[in-house]
Design a protein around this ligand. Structure first.
Ligand code: SAM
Length: 300
């Protein structure tokens, strides 16, 4: 095992590697590299890895976190969009034989195929990453919606987004992103992180978010697409009541009586706001809309 003194995640080793390859940061790719060993240790610990498990990293950069993953997990798959980083990674990760770097955009790649190809015998896989902040939500939603066989997703992201994802009903941060993520996973903010652990420093505060994937979605809904439509409609204008949001963003303003009857049937106060509804209440609402729709379609 390589000695700790060769760690990539120190300011001096990072600068040395960047200078050796004449690398310049691309802000448009969210490139803020971690240079603090303690923070890396906390991220990897939160992922609960062992040599029987595999890790997938989105955006390895120059390999600071990748190196830690190689030490903690049996196998590591790292996906990097910036071709200029590939020779650097080949150099920095050369002491490790349990890592595969794939060049590509994580949003465009077929992740089921990649896992089958590179981690064929791994049943316990977690995603661990310091995500590019400009695409945090699309990446997280892709990982969740594609139902990848994942145990945990542990990611460094913008603090504000982490707080929104882990928020509970009734809080100011609770919104459609909280519901969308919590449908698939339990969410927890494990730590907040100061800007000075990155090169270059980002302009926002950061936090580590841990998602533990559920075996089954948090609530049972007859139609998932409809569930997310109902949630989006309910949050469309935060200062409007549930009744008004459903009327204007889902049913159409000519259907006042229908919306009143619906909310009465599911025992939800029409004056409540979307941000106070639990996942179970959104599910109840969805299932009643689905029931009415099915009844109408069958003409009974
Ligand atoms: N893991 C490294 C670290 O912690 O020091 C770098 C993290 S940096 C915040 C984000 C990394 O994601 C960069 O290396 C960037 O090039 C890469 N990246 C950005 N967009 C990507 C995408 N769509 N697919 C894959 N990698 C991406």
């Amino acid at each position: 095992m390589p000695s700790q003194s060769k760690d990539i995640a120190t300011p001096s080793r990072t600068r040395e590697l960047l200078e050796k390859y004449g690398f310049s940061f691309k802000k448009s790719l969210g490139q803020n590299f971690l240079v603090d060993p303690n923070i890396l240790h906390s991220i990897v610990s939160a992922a609960d890895l062992s040599k029987e498990k595999a890790a997938v990293e989105v955006g390895p950069g120059i390999g600071a976190l990748t190196e830690r993953l190689c030490r903690a997990a049996g196998r590591v798959l790292a996906i990097e969009i910036d071709q200029r980083l590939l020779p650097i990674l080949e150099d920095s990760l050369s002491p490790y034989d349990n890592v595969q770097v794939v060049h590509g955009d994580v949003l465009k790649l077929d992740l089921h195929r990649l896992l089958a190809e590179y981690l064929p015998d791994c049943s316990r896989i977690s995603v661990v990453a310091n995500l590019p902040y400009y695409v945090t939500s699309p990446i997280l939603m892709k990982l969740l919606e594609e139902r990848l066989p994942l145990e945990h997703i542990v990611v460094m992201i913008q603090k504000e987004v982490a707080d929104r994802i882990a928020a509970q009903p009734g809080s100011k941060d609770y919104g459609s992103l909280s519901v969308a993520v919590q449908f698939y996973a339990e969410a927890e903010v494990t730590m907040t992180v100061p800007a000075n652990v990155f090169i270059p420093k980002p302009n926002v505060d950061s936090a580590v978010l841990k998602l533990s994937l559920r075996e089954r979605p948090a609530v049972e809904v007859a139609d998932e697409k409809l569930f997310f439509r109902v949630v989006r409609a309910s949050f469309a204008q935060r200062r409007k009541t549930l009744y008004n949001n459903l009327l204007h963003n889902l049913f159409g303003k000519e259907n006042r009586e229908q919306v009143t009857a619906l909310l009465m049937a599911v025992d939800l106060d029409p004056m409540r706001r979307g941000e106070t509804l639990s996942l179970a209440e959104f599910a109840r609402l969805t299932n009643e809309i689905d029931r009415l729709r099915t009844t109408r379609q069958s003409g009974s």
